[in-house]
Design a protein around this ligand. Structure first.
Ligand code: 2AM
Ligand code: CA
Length: 324
């Protein structure tokens, strides 16, 4: 049965991580100094993907490290796999990271598994049946307003960032009982389901970060939405606002909407066609100091310019690219 297969798999993967955690391993940067991947992340994803493929060859797998071919859509059975959620915690703290696996069938998440590897705590959710922690059923969560909530939220979102104006979320930090930054979305959602925190907010998660944790929260009566109160999407990056129904409504109504923040006004990226060489000259020369060559390439192809909040933030030439 799928549930036992997944539990066995996640425990095996956890055992592998525990054996490797004190060994030396390669670390690579992905998008920045805080976005890292280790060879352990990749090895764990490979272990999980191999076993799913062997037992369920017709299923699709969407893994953070992209070991398997990504499906074109979410039809059929899709596994969302994050081999190590909280890679920075794994590297620096050697604790507070999780393996997160969710199983979606025809667009609906049916199972969620979050395994806190070092604490040996396995959270399991089955849609419509409930959520458990190491086999014990989790009770329904308590209702909270922001003023009596203990929150999990990274400091990133109350400093200048690309996703939201800091003044939207800073009052939540001020008004709540306390805020902690735990750094592993799946665990923060699992802890919410277990009543250890009363809310979780992030502006940037991918489906493998939250799909399993979201079902855990929903199975104990909580709600998971975007920061604007919309359903979260499974086809790309999204904000995540999770807590009791009261908490989610309070945040959306009294903080997000009250500040006039909507998905339409948040900084967005628009890509237009560049029609003035002078507008992009400096950036082009930054990428290739040979201006004669740059000018030839510019004339020969099409140049696109991404704009964020009205400012040119980079350029893409048909024959080469540079950005800042
Ligand atoms: P990760 O460790 O698997 O990358 C940290 O606040 C949480 O956000 C972690 O769950 C982390 O997952 C996730 N995260 C970090 N960088 C991210 C990014 N660029 N996009 C989506 N999720 C990210
Ligand atoms: Ca990860």
């Amino acid at each position: 049965m799928l549930e036992w297969f997944a539990i066995d798999l996640i425990k095996q993967a956890g055992e592998y991580i525990r054996l490797q955690i004190d060994e030396s391993y390669r670390i690579e940067r992905k998008t920045g100094k805080g976005d890292l991947v280790t060879e352990i992340d990749r090895a764990v994803e490979q272990l999980i993907v191999d076993q799913i493929r062997e037992s369920y060859p017709e299923h699709h797998i969407i893994g953070e490290e992209g070991i398997s071919t990504q499906p074109d859509d979410l039809s059929g059975t899709v596994w969302f796999v994050d081999p190590i959620d909280g890679t920075l915690n794994f590297i620096h703290q050697k604790r507070m990271f999780a393996i997160s696996i969710a199983v979606m069938v025809d667009g609906v998440v049916e199972y969620g598994f979050v395994y806190d590897v070092m604490a040996d705590e396995l959270f399991v959710a089955r849609r419509g049946v409930g959520a458990t922690l190491n086999g014990r059923k989790l009770p329904m969560i308590q209702e909270h307003h922001v003023r009596d909530a203990f929150l999990s939220m990274n400091a990133t979102w109350v400093t200048p960032n690309q996703q939201i104006a800091p003044e939207v979320l800073a009052p939540i930090v001020r008004d709540s009982v306390g805020t902690r930054a735990h750094g592993a979305a799946s665990l923060e959602l699992a802890w919410l389901a277990a009543g250890r925190v009363d809310g979780y907010i992030t502006m940037r998660n991918m489906p493998w970060d939250y799909a399993a944790g979201k079902l855990l929260v929903e199975e104990v009566g909580g709600r998971v939405a975007s920061i604007y109160g919309e359903p979260v999407r499974y086809d790309g990056k999204t904000s995540v606002l999770a807590g009791s129904e009261t908490f989610v409504k309070d945040v959306v109504k009294h903080y997000v909407i009250a500040k006039g923040a909507t998905p339409e006004v948040k900084p967005d990226l628009q890509i237009g066609i560049n029609e003035s060489y002078d507008r992009v000259r400096d950036l082009l020369v930054l990428a290739n100091p040979n201006e004669a060559m740059v000018r030839d390439q510019y004339k020969a192809g099409t140049t696109y310019e991404p704009c964020s909040a009205g400012n040119v933030s980079g350029h893409i030439c048909s024959s080469h690219a540079a950005s800042r």
